[in-house]
Design a protein around this ligand. Sequence first.
Ligand SMILES: NC(=O)c1ccc[n+]([C@@H]2O[C@H](COP(=O)([O-])OP(=O)(O)OC[C@H]3O[C@@H](n4cnc5c(N)ncnc54)[C@H](O)[C@@H]3O)[C@@H](O)[C@H]2O)c1
Length: 420
Amino acid sequence: MSIPPRIRAGMVGLGMIFDETYRPFFEQVHREGLFRRDFGLVDVDLAAVATRTGTRAGKYRAHAPTPFANLTGPDAAEQLAKSDVDVVCVATPDDRHFGPAKAALTAGKHVLIEKPSVLSLAELDELQALADEKQVLAKVVYHKLLDPDHKKLRTHVLEGNLRHVNNGYCSLLEPKSISTGQFAEWLTGRNPGTYVACHYTKLIDFTFFSRGNYALTRISANGQRGLVGPADGNTWDSTQLQVTYTHLNDGREATFDIHTSWVTPDNFPGYVDQEVQFRFDNGVWNAHQRKRGVEVTIEDRSPGEFKYTPNHHYNGRFVEPWNELSQRGYGIEVIRRFFEEVAYVEHGPGDRHDRWQAMAHYKYNDLSAERNCVAIVQALEAILAEHAAGRPGGMVTTDDGLRLYLPGVAEPKVLYAGRV
Ligand SMILES: NC(=O)c1ccc[n+]([C@@H]2O[C@H](COP(=O)([O-])OP(=O)(O)OC[C@H]3O[C@@H](n4cnc5c(N)ncnc54)[C@H](O)[C@@H]3O)[C@@H](O)[C@H]2O)c1
């Protein structure tokens, strides 16, 4: 039997999301390989990881299925980019994605970045130009697009059952334990909107507005402080983002409010509570994570170890009916799909350039389809920075680059001069 081709993967950042989605994927693909009829059987290995201290990597290496290089220190991501990996996955905190992604693309590696990809359109331009020059994939993870409920919403829209969205709201509330514990290391100066509202800006942009007849028009935002940081500081407890799109043919607008927070009580039943409602000309779509499934309470173990309302669609450990232990869900599926796209580019049939172009065309994950989402993140960050400096109430427009208007100030601040 011939030896299958191998994709060597590198990982920057080994935190919660690595543990929930990448680790199970790498362990699964190590056992089973990656197979599709068009590219055949391909081996995928986690070959190297880059973190600041290497502590978690060291612990994981002791029981990982394959040995991997444990790169550490301030230049760990650069060392990884220069190593012989084929793919680099970037899962550092949201304001530390650009450097590792740029280093990896410069070295000609395929790149997968956790959401939000980057925090400004200038950074996005740079990464996109590198991906085009090197003809590699540069993609971002939005696993909620693979949530069966969100796939069904998009199916209804594409099939014309739900017609012309007018407005809606999305909310994602995380418990205090996230901001005070797990994220305490990087949360100073940050806000819960940048890192989770982007799930919904992407859902909205991809589901309703990615077919060319709409333009992103305005972005505004508010936020509250005083729990995880000082009341006059630049660390935010909660944010409310509002985005408006305009239909280019008839001028009708659609507006969406996205509320995020990381200070809800730890025993709030939703744990990570998620809800969306979209109103159309002819219908309403309401998806609520706590209404779609299981509620479970186990004495002395809920809600810490076992959440009251778990989302088994995202990620769950299961004993399969045939007694095999498995871990599956759309959080892992989206990582697998990215590696299938890389395997297709490198080992599929026909011309590599054609295969690369075909895979770079997907709007659900390619950086080329990220402009609106990155523009919204950049606007949110700029509005909150002005707010923290005593100038709240900003609004960003997109018709002539990204321009930030503040109440009582005639001249806008140009955040990005090019076309959004
Ligand atoms: N897709 C999702 O729904 C989802 C869920 C959670 C997190 N995320 C995203 O994943 C990313 C990481 O989040 P997390 O929850 O795993 O965070 P985390 O705080 O648990 O882990 C971050 C990791 O990055 C490492 N790190 C920090 N700075 C670094 C640097 N300069 N160089 C190398 N390593 C560095 C830390 O040591 C840690 O291992 C964020 O962008 C976040 O938005 C996505």
